[in-house]
Ligand binder design. Structure first.
Ligand SMILES: Nc1ncnc2c1ncn2[C@@H]1O[C@H](COP(=O)(O)OP(=O)(O)O)[C@@H](O)[C@H]1O
Ligand SMILES: Nc1nc2c(ncn2[C@H]2C[C@H](O)[C@@H](COP(=O)(O)O)O2)c(=O)[nH]1
Length: 207
């Protein structure tokens, strides 16, 4: 592998991204880059009225992730140091294509490409797929008040959007390694041997 591994854990809301990224970070002794969710001023409003707040929310996520990735590039990637992240910048587009409409969607697409096209992209993606029941259960287990309002139909659409987006990324970027994980069947939290299998897979790619 040419540069230090940049590993992203992806999947729809509640799939277990932050959990798996944190466990891998500890196990492999690789620094973690985590999304900060609690300080987001728009998420609560967004779930109350998606059409009203989607542009502000998507722009907020995009600007935050842009800044975080710029810093990550300087601190780790440009220095060939490994790093693991609980998101891929591409998720901005997955969500925005679902939540934005018309001219705002078009403007967002342009800004997204201007900001992100030259940013370093992960070379390994652990893609946690999970069914609707699993996601709803985990979201309620996590217990964030504002997420109680998530419409299951929105979540189901995101499950499908993620599948489409990962297939499209695989086609566009054949060098990116995508490791699918069935998050409804593989339980890396309760079953250490299942976590060990994921660790072994990742090690295969980074050594
Ligand atoms: N494999 C798993 N088995 C059981 N609970 C899990 C598993 N993965 C995640 N969780 C729990 O589900 C909730 C959501 O996980 P989280 O990692 O925050 O998801 P994400 O970052 O994808 O939104 C958390 O309460 C976490 O402890
Ligand atoms: N509309 C968008 N919502 C997003 C985006 N990234 C995250 N989120 C939401 C989904 C959850 O409620 C919360 C945390 O996300 P996790 O997947 O880490 O649970 O934030 C986005 O780009 N657009």
């Amino acid at each position: 592998m040419k540069r230090g591994p940049f590993i992203a854990v992806e999947g729809p809301i509640g799939a277990g991204k932050t959990t798996l990224a944190s466990m891998l970070s500890t196990e492999l002794n690789i620094p973690i880059l985590k999304e900060i969710v609690e300080e987001n001023p728009f998420l609560d409003k967004f779930y109350q009225n998606i059409d009203e707040w989607s542009f502000q929310l998507e722009m907020f996520f995009l600007c935050n992730r842009y800044k975080q990735l710029e810093d990550t590039d300087l601190q780790y990637i440009a220095q060939d140091k490994p790093v693991i992240s609980d998101y891929h910048i591409y998720k901005n587009l997955i969500f925005a294509e679902r939540t934005l409409k018309g001219i705002k969607r078009e403007k967002y697409r342009q800004i997204y490409h201007i900001l992100t096209d030259d940013l370093p992209k992960p070379n390994i993606i652990l893609y946690i797929r999970a069914n609707l029941d699993t996601l709803l259960y985990r979201i309620s287990k996590r217990g964030r008040d504002f997420e109680e309002q998530i419409d299951p139909a929105y979540l189901q659409q995101l499950i499908e959007d993620y599948d489409t987006a990962m297939a499209s990324l695989a086609e566009r970027e054949p060098a990116t390694i995508i490791v699918p994980i069935n998050g409804s069947e593989v339980d890396f939290v309760e079953h250490p041997e299942q976590f060990a299998r994921i660790v072994a897979q990742v090690k295969e790619f980074i050594q």
